[in-house]
Design a protein around this ligand. Structure first.
Ligand code: SAM
Length: 277
């Protein structure tokens, strides 16, 4: 979908874009193709798209995948897409708030790929909820605010390394990210954007019953970045247990959480909350 067509559709439908819904539409064909390429789609794939907007990415997804489920919150865009894609085989459109839908209707997304130019204000909770769902998508290829993209792919000791990096990387291996210039969108957003490719891990790092414990641990450990992790964790565990765990992992009692790797957090969860195996 070219920019001229996008503007025509908006004008003829008298659609005024809503900033709070993150309505910045991607019209650059090269960037759209790059996103779809990143998802390595074939006709055996099922794709979840959150926030199809006027459908510039949807178009490519329908072309390349076997099934596309699109969830859009804005009634005006749903009306437009329903007309445009009426009777398109393999395409389903839901008029829903995607975050509410994911939370209200927990389901197994393990055979799906998420490919989306996400509404930026709810991008992080959508990703975390899907990652923590009972079956997380095989891949997530998502365009979002550059700052959030950097956090998703950050490694130990990077400036952007934090709770979001750990909550996502417990389930996914980042494959890379690329910046998308603001002028590829209409209207151009005030923030920089990037597309991130995340692939689900072949083998989970933790047994699923410890996932919640891992999330609680990293949130507490990183709740005050300047503080020593040991001091923060004392709020939840007896000091003897913590000291023994730190010794086993050869972690200094003075260490701050931003220096602790994903694998070390996994091991700490197993020692503090699991059977220690
Ligand atoms: N995919 C389109 C594109 O690339 O041009 C539109 C992307 S735009 C950044 C985000 C879209 O998400 C908008 O169409 C907006 O209406 C929709 N949206 C915003 N909040 C939503 C939510 N909670 N659930 C579903 N869709 C939402």
């Amino acid at each position: 979908m070219k920019l001229t067509e996008m503007k025509q559709i908006l004008a003829s439908g008298q659609i005024q874009l809503t900033k709070s819904l993150g309505q910045n539409f991607l019209h650059d064909q090269n960037q759209l193709r790059r996103i779809a390429d990143g998802a390595e789609l074939s006709k055996s794939d099922k794709v979840l798209e959150i926030g199809p907007g006027l459908g510039p990415l949807t178009e490519l997804l329908i072309e390349r995948a076997g099934e596309v489920l699109a969830i859009e919150k804005d009634r005006r865009l749903v009306d437009f897409l329903e007309k445009r894609y009426a009777n398109t085989a393999g395409f389903t459109l839901l008029h829903q708030d995607a975050l509410e839908y994911i939370r209200r209707e927990p389901q197994d997304w393990s055979s799906w790929k998420l490919v989306a130019n996400l509404p930026y204000s709810v991008a992080s909770p959508i990703l975390v909820d899907l990652a923590q769902s009972k079956g997380c998508p095989r891949m997530m290829v998502v365009t979002l605010q550059l700052e959030v993209a950097r956090r998703l792919v950050a490694q130990t000791d990077d400036d952007d390394y934090g709770v979001l990096s750990l909550l996502i990387q417990l389930y996914y291996e980042p494959q890379g990210h690329f910046k998308i210039p603001s002028d590829c969108f209409f209207p151009a957003p005030d923030v920089d954007s990037a597309c991130v490719v995340l692939k689900r891990r072949e083998q989970p790092l933790l047994t699923s019953e410890l996932n919640d414990a891992f999330a609680r641990l990293v949130k507490l450990a990183l709740s005050q970045r300047r503080k020593m992790m040991l001091k923060l964790l004392k709020q939840n565990w007896p000091v003897e247990k913590l000291t023994a765990a730190f010794e086993e992992l050869q972690l200094s009692p003075q260490i701050r959480a931003e220096k602790v790797s994903l694998e070390q957090f996994v091991r700490l969860t197993q020692i503090l909350d699991g059977s220690s195996t």
